[in-house]
Design a protein around this ligand. Structure first.
Ligand SMILES: Cc1cc2nc3c(=O)[nH]c(=O)nc-3n(C[C@H](O)[C@H](O)[C@H](O)COP(=O)(O)OP(=O)(O)OC[C@H]3O[C@@H](n4cnc5c(N)ncnc54)[C@H](O)[C@@H]3O)c2cc1C
Length: 363
């Protein structure tokens, strides 16, 4: 008999939910993480009362009542509603594209006027079948929205010109003909009161955890400790990159403390012009309606990913899909190892989805 039923590699939401559910069923778990803290990408650093989302802004949203009730067992959620703004040069627009945006762009007041404006612009394009992202986006929303609110932002995000990006990246664009600035359509949304660390602490309550422990540097000893492994790290790394590296887009955050109570009046402001190198500024206190005398802002710079840097967004193109397929074939042959979460599955998961995926293992 080994000391633990499960060694869980990675203390992000997948690992934490898995550990919590296994513990409920009488299993003994050890959760490790190579970082110096628990929580994975939802980790927040407290700066004199302001929870700074260290790995990018995280807004919880779901349509699934079971997932909503599940997270609410551990922490109360506030009524935060994501209503980002877009700044293009000196102009400000509401997002997602809705009647407020259309009024700001064209002074149109009714849905019929807004639709007519978009149709008129699309008709002038003369594009039948879109060949790239630019053409696809133009067909969906017309010239003005594309030029002011999509082009520069997308080119910064991907580090490539929109005409050089495949059209499948944009399948649809949320366009709403109501005066509704709520970014998400989901029934439930909010931020944990006191930050995401409280959610993670609740999930991992009573479970042994070790931080600053890299699975690959201590593999033999760690494997000897547990009957089963739950691996939530990078799948290509698990197999020593034998089929090649999986690629990602990465981000760099520039966090700044300002001795003023309010910098931009909103948690999220997107900068959509190409000339400004960051894509957005997050002002963290607004996620929790903070009233501190100071504020913390984070500028978000997209960048190329290189091995050793934080892998944020998988690039699900044909090249990477063919690589991940080979790794997944190996993973399917493993006994006593469960692979889960955004890195091991090489897919973009929202928080509610990764929680749902971890819970599915116990159904
Ligand atoms: C910039 C950004 C913004 C996002 N915003 C939202 C949002 O607003 N709303 C939303 O619902 N979702 C959002 N998400 C998605 C959300 O972050 C994920 O759904 C969630 O964090 C995934 O959890 P995970 O456990 O799969 O991965 P992670 O949180 O990445 O956890 C994996 C953990 O494994 C550890 N690990 C890896 N390899 C090893 C190893 N060898 N040894 C030990 N430990 C290891 C890592 O250090 C990490 O802590 C966002 C994601 C990004 C990138």
């Amino acid at each position: 008999m080994k000391q633990f039923d499960y060694l869980i590699v990675g203390a992000g939401l997948f690992g934490a939910v898995f550990a919590c559910e296994a513990k409920k069923r009488g299993k003994k778990c050890l959760v490790i993480d190579r970082r110096g803290h628990l929580g994975g990408n939802v980790y927040c650093e407290n700066n004199d009362g302001i929870n700074v989302h260290k790995y990018g802004a995280h807004i919880f949203h779901t349509n699934d009542k079971k997932i909503w009730d599940y997270v609410n067992q551990f922490v109360e959620f506030n009524r935060y509603t994501n209503s980002p703004l877009a700044r293009f040069k000196d102009e400000l627009y509401n997002l997602p594209f809705n009647m407020n945006t259309f009024y700001q762009l064209w002074k149109v007041k009714t849905p019929a006027e807004a639709q007519a404006k978009i149709h008129e612009q699309v008709a002038q394009l003369g594009i039948d079948t879109p060949r790239n992202l630019e053409e696809r986006a133009l067909l969906l929303v017309g010239t003005d929205i594309y030029e002011k609110l999509i082009k520069g932002y997308t080119e910064k995000q991907w580090g490539r010109k929109a005409v050089d990006l495949p059209e499948f990246i944009i399948k649809r664009l949320p366009v709403r003909f109501t005066y509704d600035n709520n970014y998400f359509n989901d029934k439930y949304q909010g931020i944990p009161v006191g930050g995401y660390n409280k959610l993670v602490a609740g999930l991992l309550d009573g479970i042994e955890t070790r931080v600053n422990v890299d699975y690959f540097k201590n593999k033999t000893e760690l494997n000897d400790l547990a009957e089963n492994i739950v691996f939530t790290g990078q799948l290509d790394e698990f197999y020593d990159f034998r089929f090649g590296y999986l690629e990602y887009r990465s981000l760099r955050f520039e966090h700044e403390r300002l001795e003023i109570p309010n910098f931009q009046g909103n948690a999220v402001v997107n900068y959509t012009e190409r000339e400004i190198p960051y894509t957005r500024i997050i002002e963290h206190k607004h996620f929790e309606f903070g009233s501190q005398a100071h504020t913390i802002i984070s500028r978000e710079y997209p960048k190329e990913w290189q091995f050793g840097q934080e892998p944020y967004y998988p690039i699900n193109d044909t090249h990477n899909e063919s690589i991940i397929k080979q790794y997944k074939q190996l993973a399917a042959l493993e006994k006593n190892i469960i692979f889960g979460g955004r890195l091991a599955e090489y897919r973009y998961y929202d928080m509610h989805q990764v929680i749902g995926a971890a819970l599915t293992h116990f159904k």
